[in-house]
Structures are given as structure tokens and as C-alpha cells.
Ligand binder design. Structure first.
Ligand code: ADP
Ligand code: MG
Length: 601
């Protein structure tokens, strides 16, 4: 027998399936995307045992014509493109024509489908390569795909799976993302008979965010909207109180597709940078749109990665949009008295109304879908009043002058200083609290960065210079950032034999304990080395300098505080210190009243 063998058809299909179907997540993704491509208004996903035992996706889309059914399961069979040129204008989520063939190669599939034109629906069963049966059947318009016993014939795959509950979580995460990318479609997810998510499909993105991340998140969103020829973006970014410890809360969609793209991530984080603490990441949900010819979606079989043609332009657009909408907002954070960890709150999804899972033949299914927007008693869909909570936020601050404005300052009632650190003010119906160090630091920081950008950092020479002894590692760090130090007016000269001379300081920072804070900067740069972007390095050094500079400055009188507030008003972003901590927070009278039980919630 020859050493080289041609693989048989089944083996070829199973290998190909491996690229598309790694785990239940991929099956659900492909099926739901097919439903979206079919124009569904409502999609229900049900899984059992993390999707391994069963995945059922039911939609009310256009259905598959009876004659086309077997063909849909052939490799490279698609109704979405004809040739490669169509990719330039692709609007659908699918186009590779390999999902159904791949899924059916590694599972048992049952399909029930009916188009509007057909009087009867069809039921089609397939196991691996074998068509088991096809029959006519009464069914509502739309498609139901049931995938059973995933990987029953490829035990090797199962070894790479995580626990059933971890696989289920991945599916839940996916549906969250898809729901965010299509607020105009009602989604339901049921796992082991437990309803996990339900969205109404009324097109209101904020409502979907509320359903998935909870009220705290929905209450702290900032609109993001930009419209450029090469790229449009619409969605929300979280205000800094929502920052998270991982990138999991950065959601990006491109032309309705959930995607990972380094440009998006970097641009948003950069635009947000001065509002972030180190190792924290913003919350965002942004739907991007662009001419399909400007992106390549055919990078990976899972289609989660895209390549942008206009990378730099897109990066700049996004960064600026994020930065602008952060800078133009009144970001003073209102804290409830028992301010819980926002991440914990975010993890608690609001309860989903109980509902029996839909069977494909359930007679009232069509009826029920027709009532999506009706706030009727018997409707199981989210009621209007349940979502109303998220509406009033953006209307805040419209009628009163911002705390940080000249008009408002006249009306500030300064209550005084507490703990030598915080200043309390009464204004309108709120109690404002300012962290004097953070505020002072921010003033110095923005001033220094502005001077640097205008290339007029005034420095003050140190006479005599301060000699600092350094280890060779410290030395190499300083050499690496020498340029940035110089640009900020920190002049350092190599003094030989492992020491440097500090010759000048920026004017604003002069007169503090220069040696200590220079050492602190070096320590910090060593423990957390910075890469790349000179602007990032500069702002980091500037923020560290300022932090050190305001340390000695503890006592303040009322007049100085007034001056500090006036200075804050001139800043681009007075609400966060350079490390992302808030400078001012507020508490409403209402909140106090509640605490003293004057009013009942
Ligand atoms: P692709 O989505 O890349 O076209 P698939 O293998 O996922 O390939 O699906 C093959 C074809 O089956 C699709 O092009 C579409 O015509 C049809 N199809 C699959 N799922 C549905 C559905 N839920 N509703 C209507 N048509 C569907
Ligand atoms: Mg598809």
C-alpha cells in the first residue's frame, strides 16, 4: 500500500469542521448569525449541558425553501455571495458556506423551517454524513436548528473542552455580545431550562446594556457618536467610575459583527487614558460602521478578527471621539452612601422574567412575537416601565450650572476641611467633596502637560545640582527615558561612576523634595516599564512628578481652596487626577434623606 493516502470524505469534513467548530460557542455563534442574516426579529437560544447535549436556535426569519435544504448542508454552500468580489460589499455575517456542513459533520442536526411562501414547513434530520429523513410538517415561519450530541463522533475534541458550566458561560457571554450588537432583535437565552437573558428588541442599546450589565452601568454611560466618511461610531463609553480590571468590558462591533481589533482597543484606551488608573480598562459598547470594502473580514474562520485598511485614520478618529466625549462631560461622580464595588454590581444581572421555553411548534409563538412592543399584562417581554430607569440620566445637569463653573462658584457654600484632606461644599441639592491632593495634583499635571505641548516648559535650575547615586539598572532606565525627562524640564547629566546630576526641575515642581521624588519616579519606571508612545511616557512621568510635588502641601485655607476650584475650572478634565482617581464626588440630598429614613425607597 502506498504511504500517501487520500483522506476519505468523512475525515476531510471532520478536519474542516475543526476549524469552524471548536466548541459549543462556535456552533451557537454560527447558528445565531445565520438567524440574523435571515432577517429574524426574535431569536431564542436554548442550550443543555453547556451546549454539548443540545443547542436549539429558533428564529422568525425568512426560512429555507424546502428544495434548498439538503444543499445548505454541503460544504461551501451559501446564498450570501457568488464570488470573491462580493466580499467587498458584504453585509451579511456569514459568507463562507461552511457552518452547516461543519456542524453536521460532528453532531446530529434537526432542522425545522418554513418560508412565508410555503404552506407547509419541512423537518429534516441529519446525522454526520447521513441524511436520515425529510418530511413536511406544520410549522411557523422561520427556522429552528437543533444540534444534539456535539462531537459524539470525535471524542478527541471533547478532551479540549472546559467544564460544562464553563462552556455554558462562553455561550452566555456570546449571546450578551450579539444582543449588544443588535438591539433591534429580541434575544432570549435559556441554559438548562434557566432563563439567562432576555432583550426586547426595541432598538434601545441602553436597555440591552441594562439587561446585561445592570443598573449601575446603565446609569453611568456617556454617549459616543461620530460620523466620518471612513468610519462611523455609535454607542457608549462608561464614565470612569465603571472602569474594570480586564478588557472583557470593551465591546466592539463592526457592521453588526462582534469583533476583536487591536486598533479599536488601543484607540479607546488612549482616548480614555488620563481618566484611567493604571491596569484598569474602560467599559464601552461601540458599534462601528464603514464601507465593507474598507475592511477584511475573511481573516479567520471564526470571523471574529478583522483587518482595517485605514488603520491610522481610524485610530485617530476613535481616539479623538472618546477623548472629546470624556472631556466635555461633567464627570463628578454621585456616590450612594453604601457605595458597593461597581464590578460586583455589574456582575449581577437584573432578573429576567420567568418564561416557559418556546417549542418550535408552540402555537402562540407567532402571536407572542407580534406583541413584542405591547406592554400587555400577559406579555412576557420586558415591560416599558422596567426599562424606564435608564432614560433620565442624560437629562441631568441640564438646568443647573455645573459645580465647576464661575456661576456656580458664587453659590458654593464652603463647609470646611475634614481629615486635612477633603473639602466639603454645599451646592444646589448636593453635597460635594473634593480631595485637595488629587485636585492640586491634577492642576499641576495639566499645566505641565500643556506647557510641554506648547513647548514652553519653564524650568528652574538647581543650584548646586543634586547628585544621585544609581545602580546600573536604574542608570539604564534613566538613559532610556532621558529624552522625555528633558522635554519636561527635568535636566539630568551623567556624572560618571554610577551617578547623575539633577540640574533643573520644571518651575511648577520646584521647591519640593526633588531628590525623593526623582527617586520615586525612577523606582516606578523600573517596576512598571513603559513601552513605545513618547506621549504616554511623558504623561506618566509628569503625573508621577506631580504626585510627588503635592505631598508636602497639606494645609489650605478657604481662600486657597477657592483659587484651586478656579484653577480646576480651566482644565480639560478636572474630574480625575492623572491616576484616574476622582478629584470631586457628590452625594445628593435625596441620598442623605434616605439614609436618615426621612424618605422611603
Ligand atoms: P453561510 O452563512 O456562510 O452562507 P452556512 O453554512 O452557515 O453558510 O449556511 C448555509 C446557508 O443556509 C445560508 O447561506 C442560508 O441560505 C441558509 N441558512 C442557514 N441558516 C438559516 C436560517 N436560520 N434561516 C434561513 N436560512 C438559513
Ligand atoms: Mg452561516
Amino acid at each position: 500500500m502506498s504511504k500517501i493516502q487520500l483522506l476519505d470524505k468523512t475525515t476531510i469534513e471532520q478536519i474542516a469542521a475543526g476549524e469552524v467548530v471548536e466548541r459549543p460557542f462556535n456552533v451557537v455563534k454560527e447558528l445565531v448569525e445565520n438567524s440574523i442574516d435571515a432577517g429574524a426579529k426574535n431569536i431564542t437560544v436554548e442550550i443543555k449541558d453547556g451546549g454539548l447535549k443540545m443547542i436549539r436556535v429558533t428564529d422568525d426569519g425568512e426560512g429555507i425553501p424546502a428544495d434548498d435544504i439538503p444543499r445548505a448542508f454541503l460544504p461551501h454552500a451559501t446564498s450570501k455571495i457568488v464570488d470573491i468580489n462580493d466580499l467587498l460589499s458584504i453585509r451579511s455575517l456569514g459568507f463562507r458556506g461552511e457552518a452547516l456542513s461543519s456542524i453536521s459533520a460532528v453532531s446530529e442536526i434537526e432542522l425545522i423551517t418554513k418560508t412565508k411562501e410555503d404552506l407547509l414547513g419541512s423537518r429534516y434530520i441529519r446525522e454526520g454524513d447521513n441524511e436520515e429523513s425529510i418530511e413536511k410538517i406544520g410549522a411557523p415561519d422561520g427556522t429552528t436548528m437543533i444540534v444534539k450530541d456535539l462531537f459524539y463522533n470525535v471524542p478527541a475534541r471533547k478532551k479540549f473542552l472546559k467544564s460544562l458550566s464553563a462552556e455554558g458561560t462562553m455561550v452566555a457571554d456570546l449571546i450578551d455580545h450579539i444582543a449588544l450588537s443588535h438591539p433591534e432583535i429580541g434575544f432570549r437565552l435559556i441554559s438548562n431550562q434557566k432563563p439567562l437573558l432576555q432583550t426586547s428588541g426595541n432598538g434601545v442599546l441602553k436597555e440591552v446594556i441594562y439587561r446585561i450589565y445592570g443598573k449601575e452601568t446603565a446609569d453611568n454611560l456617556i454617549d459616543l457618536d461620530f460620523d466620518d466618511e471612513i468610519l462611523k461610531g455609535h454607542g457608549y463609553i462608561g464614565n470612569p467610575s465603571l472602569t474594570r480590571s480586564s478588557r472583557n468590558f470593551e465591546n466592539f462591533f463592526m457592521n453588526g459583527r462582534f469583533v476583536h481589533c487591536d486598533i479599536f482597543t488601543r484607540a479607546v484606551e488612549e482616548g480614555y487614558r488620563e481618566f484611567l488608573m493604571q491596569h484598569k480598562f474602560p467599559f464601552c459598547v461601540i458599534n462601528f460602521e464603514c464601507d465593507p470594502a474598507m475592511i477584511d473580514v475573511n481573516v479567520h474562520p471564526s470571523k471574529m478578527e478583522i483587518r482595517l485598511h485605514k488603520r491610522e485614520e481610524s485610530y485617530d478618529l476613535i481616539r479623538e471621539a472618546v477623548h472629546d466625549c470624556m472631556s466635555n462631560r461633567d464627570l463628578i461622580r454621585t456616590v450612594p452612601f453604601d457605595d458597593k464595588d461597581t464590578e460586583v454590581i455589574a456582575a449581577q444581572k437584573p432578573p429576567v422574567p420567568e418564561k416557559k421555553s418556546p417549542e418550535p411548534f408552540e402555537s402562540n409563538r407567532i402571536l407572542q412575537f407580534k406583541h413584542v412592543d405591547v406592554d400587555a399584562e400577559e406579555s412576557n417581554i420586558i415591560k416599558a416601565k422596567e426599562v424606564a430607569v435608564v432614560r433620565d440620566l442624560s437629562q441631568m445637569n441640564l438646568f443647573e450650572d455645573r459645580f465647576l463653573s464661575e456661576k456656580a462658584q458664587i453659590k458654593h457654600r464652603v463647609i470646611g476641611q475634614v481629615f486635612k484632606t477633603y473639602w466639603l461644599f454645599e451646592y444646589e441639592d448636593k453635597l460635594f467633596m473634593m480631595d485637595q491632593h488629587a485636585a492640586h495634583e491634577k492642576v499641576k499635571y495639566e499645566r505641565l502637560m500643556k506647557q510641554y505641548r506648547n513647548k514652553n516648559v519653564t524650568s528652574q535650575s538647581l543650584n548646586p545640582p543634586i547628585i544621585v547615586d544609581l545602580s546600573s539598572k536604574e542608570m539604564s532606565v534613566i538613559n532610556e527615558y532621558m529624552d522625555s525627562f528633558a522635554k519636561l524640564g527635568i535636566e539630568i547629566e551623567d556624572f560618571g561612576t554610577g551617578s547623575v546630576a539633577l540640574r533643573s526641575m520644571p518651575q511648577d515642581l520646584y521647591g519640593t523634595d526633588e531628590l525623593t521624588f526623582f527617586r520615586e519616579i525612577v523606582d516606578d519606571l523600573m517596576s512598571d516599564p513603559l513601552k513605545g508612545d513618547p506621549e504616554v511616557i511623558l504623561s506618566k512621568i509628569a503625573s508621577m512628578s506631580c504626585k510627588a510635588a503635592v505631598k508636602g502641601n497639606t494645609f489650605m485655607n478657604e481662600e486657597q481652596v477657592g483659587a484651586l476650584i478656579s484653577e480646576l475650572m480651566t482644565l480639560d478634565n478636572p474630574y480625575n487626577c492623572p491616576h484616574g482617581r476622582p478629584t470631586i464626588i457628590s452625594m445628593t440630598k435625596n441620598e442623605l434623606d434616605k439614609k436618615f429614613s426621612r424618605i422611603v425607597t
